[in-house]
Design a protein around this ligand. Sequence first.
Ligand SMILES: Cc1cc2nc3c(=O)[nH]c(=O)nc-3n(C[C@H](O)[C@H](O)[C@H](O)COP(=O)(O)OP(=O)(O)OC[C@H]3O[C@@H](n4cnc5c(N)ncnc54)[C@H](O)[C@@H]3O)c2cc1C
Length: 397
Amino acid sequence: MTVQDQPAPFSAPEATPPLLPRTLMQPEHEAFRRTVRRFFETEVAPYTEQFERDGHIPRQLWNRAGELGLLLTAIPEEYGGMGGDRLFSTVLMEEQGRVLASATGFMLHSDIVAPYILHYGTEEQKRRYLPGMATGERVGAIAMTEPGAGSDLQGIKTRAEDKGDHYLLSGSKIFITNGYLADLVIVVARTGNTGKGSRDLSLLLVETNSEGFSKGKPLKKMGMKGQDTCELFFSDVRVPKENLLGQEGQGFRMLMQELPWERLIIAIEAQAAAEAVFDLTRQYVKERQAFGQAVMDFQVTRHKLAELQTEISLGRTYVDECTRAMLGGKLTPQAASAAKYWVSEMCSRVMDACVQLHGGYGYMWEYPVARAFVDNRAHRIYGGTNEIMKELISRAL
Ligand SMILES: Cc1cc2nc3c(=O)[nH]c(=O)nc-3n(C[C@H](O)[C@H](O)[C@H](O)COP(=O)(O)OP(=O)(O)OC[C@H]3O[C@@H](n4cnc5c(N)ncnc54)[C@H](O)[C@@H]3O)c2cc1C
């Protein structure tokens, strides 16, 4: 970021009172929310255009988030984290959604990548990587998707050849969040030849400064334009055996264990974005005049808002219940898939209706509702497409 960049001030619309009171958060989470809110309002939201021009956030914003204690909130203090429960992570996701910030990949780093290391890493791996991730000195990413394999992870071709004390990694990955600025990537690679995809995959902790590791430019996306998403290439990258995460051939199992929480994260983010866009649309239709009255005064507008608020409230209740189940260790893959699928689709319906209620202004890029419309479309695709979510739900029927 350069000094001449003028930040656009952020002003939040008035929050709509919920139909039902929320009971999920404790006073300590709400106290934490104040710090997080200030950060997103003053250090993130005003710089949206700058992030979009660059295709990623500035490297120093990672350090700033670390300095404020906003990274790795649910990782124990002995590894540099905040030692909180996952409601602190939830607060971060909600506040990011409240300002409709789509450029910061903090949740993927703190709540997806770091937990893999915490849950499956050796003591040495945890001490080597987690403290740097907590300060923002080390940015984390996870690379599963390949040009020829997304939904079907068993089709992964990236190979890690066993060379005794190390692996030789070759292949490529695509659509990797935080990829451009990443220092550490969990790479899903094929290590076995049993022909059973689920037994042949392993997770490797790969440092991006390794010889043979290269990155593409940030990809030009339909939305989330400020979020760092890129391709990664591995050309005989030497990965020491001590960088194997968990056991060889157990990659697929580890991914399956972590995915319910990852899917709930997407639901939490989509829910927060739907609420934020609803709030700003409610404000807009009260101010916008047509035919001598506020757009809000047309019955069709009020009924549309009533429908949206009802859907948003149903989403809120389900997301909070899934979060409670997750905290109690009872979130099933089906419940998480249902949250991801339904809330992301509800979010799309809300975005679409809110663009319409803004009229032509809703189609203009400088209006947050226009950005939110495309940014939030991605929730239906990543973390497993919604078709795959329905597949997972239906398998248990
Ligand atoms: C902004 C963004 C960020 C991302 N970040 C990451 C990241 O950090 N790390 C990472 O590894 N990946 C990431 N991804 C990739 C994402 O997870 C994949 O794009 C997604 O899993 C879908 O894979 P695909 O693109 O290969 O689509 P495909 O698998 O080719 O799917 C194409 C279509 O076929 C449908 N389909 C496929 N299989 C079935 C089936 N069995 N039944 C019914 N329909 C089916 C899909 O639902 C979809 O509609 C990201 C993607 C985006 C857009």
